[in-house]
Design a protein around this ligand. Sequence first.
Ligand SMILES: *Cc1c(COP(=O)(O)O)cnc(C)c1O
Length: 465
Amino acid sequence: MEPSPLELPADTVQRIASEIGCHPTDERVALRLDEEDELKHFRDYFYMPKMRDLPPIDLSLVNKDENAIYFLGNSLGLQPKMVKTYLEEELDKWAKMGGYGHEVGKRPWITGDETILGLMNDIVGANEKEIALMNGLSVNLHLLLLSFFKPTPKRYKILLEAKAFPSDHYAIESQLQLHGLNVEESMRIIKPREGEETLRIEDILEVIEKEGDSIAVVLFSGLHFYTGQLFNIPAITKAGQAKGCFVGFDLAHAVGNVELHLHDWGVDFACWCSYKYLNAGAGGLAGAFIHEKHAYTIKPALVGWFGHELSTRFKMDNKLQLIPGVNGFRISNPPIFLVCSLQASLEIFRQATMKALRRKSILLTGYLEYMIKHYRSNDRAETKKPVVNIITPSSIEDRGCQLTLTFSAPMTYVFQNLGKRGVVCDKREPDGIRVAPVPLYNSFHDVYKFISLLSSVLDSAETKK
Ligand SMILES: *Cc1c(COP(=O)(O)O)cnc(C)c1O
């Protein structure tokens, strides 16, 4: 039977179980979901770590030759197999022709970043002139704030969410200090309601409505790194702009995870990194977006030679011809080796498409959620067993692939024992473990195995006490 497009993940799981004639938590359901997964072949485009190579592994608990359960794509995406080939192409070119490599080959080094812009635009929903690939994420955030944050005595605040990523928090703090502003007064942080983990959109919109006249920039993450909450980017953008604020987003955890339409949503500016869901390797080439409506009005505060028009850049006459828009914000020549790894990954995204990836992701994470809720459906009566709580919002529109879990057992114990069994995920203070099944390379069977390993860890936590 064909699934209806509106079917919820839990309903899909139950439908398949009844088709097979087994319990929804049966392994056969995971295997059937994998069989029906049209994106399953993309897993072979990546190197999947093996149990034996993981530093915390306990080889008495696992088969050393099995694949790890890699749920850490939210922190560092896996390596696409083509990375090495592309790196070798550029190393080879460098060895054989030295400086001529700037102008020739598949990726002339001078325009290396530009050769892959066309692979990035669909992922963020922008046209090529609105995006630049440069620097690291925090650097790009600073460069954008230098141009978008122009405080006046009346409008001087930056609005952000509570527990923003430390780098973003420090970037904002230091930008305020750069303008001689009092951080306490100018950094407007929205917290969840008492007893709640995530923010309500109505509370965000209310602060913007009430205080918008004093806010210069609204700067939110697209998807919160700790809670996994996906913010309503178009609603926040519209509300902020209606009050005369610039609205920008740090998309570190949203890019390559959820569908984005930065141009159509009218977002003023955005930035992201490429080593999380975009799989470009640690320290990968980051991205920046400035909406085309600002192409001729918002100028870079700091300029370098790669912001100069290409046609006259090498005349070296020191008369700046600034490229309009975000590409004028580029300062240095592009790091070609970082271009290679990003290209290898973006080509896979191009084939898979964000639309199909998101469709699978909703089901994959929905299946994980279903299994967590039912992981002990057989012995729920035994109430002494440790409880798993999901702090990520349960509705599909309010999350990406990541779920953040808390436990009634000590988090460090759970985390260490998952690590010994080959589950790669991460822990974040105060008490959360983040798990991110990534639709490009994770399978439904990975989720199934994770649940059985988690169960055995929680059982052992129980018996230890
Ligand atoms: C991962 C992440 C960063 C990391 O910044 P880098 O400059 O790439 O080191 C910053 N902000 C957010 C929200 C992140 O998720």
